[in-house]
Write a protein that binds this ligand. Structure first.
Ligand code: RP5
Length: 167
């Protein structure tokens, strides 16, 4: 699935269909900002060959940033990062057993040499990964920069308009 007719510039990938509940928030932000993206399930342990192929081919296909969500022993972001020079932002999915602490540490604790930018556990991390991916593209894309500025201005305005939390 690609968000628009334009070729995808961000790859939103996840280890399982069950991660979509979290990762849809990254895709929604990219939609809202008009960033062409694709969404794929690519599992580090169930489809390792697909993982390698996805990472190896992503840059040549026009993908500029990868947002990768996974839970538990969350190898996906690190393995993708090992196979591509594209920036990879990892989203720790909230696992049932350990509430996402396992996912967070698996993604954050990359040994020196292969970086993964790690976001917060769950929805906040997915939203911010989408925003961060857009911010990278905004460096060279005025339309995305403008969309990001407008997003932030709306967010500021919504707080200022409703200062009383009881309202
Ligand atoms: C990981 O295992 C996925 O990223 C998911 O968060 C977790 C559980 O996967 P399912 O058993 O729901 O497919 O690979």
């Amino acid at each position: 699935m690609t968000s628009t007719a334009e070729p995808a510039r961000v790859g939103v990938v996840m280890g399982s269909r069950s991660d979509w509940e979290t990762m849809e928030h990254a895709a929604s932000v990219l939609d809202a900002l008009g960033v062409p993206h694709e969404v794929r399930v690519v599992s580090a342990h169930r489809t390792p060959d697909l993982l390698f192929r996805y990472a190896e081919e992503a840059a040549a296909r026009g993908i500029q940033v990868i947002v990768a969500g996974a839970g538990g022993a969350a190898h996906l972001p690190g393995m993708l990062a090992a196979k591509t020079r594209l920036p990879v932002f990892g989203v720790p999915v909230q696992s049932k057993a350990l509430n996402g602490m396992d996912s967070l540490l698996s993604i954050a604790q990359m040994p020196a040499g292969i970086p993964v930018g790690t976001l917060a556990i769950g929805r906040a991390g997915a939203v911010n990964a989408g925003l961060l991916a857009a911010a990278v593209l905004a460096l060279h894309d005025p339309a995305i920069a403008q969309a990001l500025d407008a997003y932030r201005a709306r967010q500021t305005q919504s707080v200022l308009e409703q200062p009383d939390p009881r309202a």
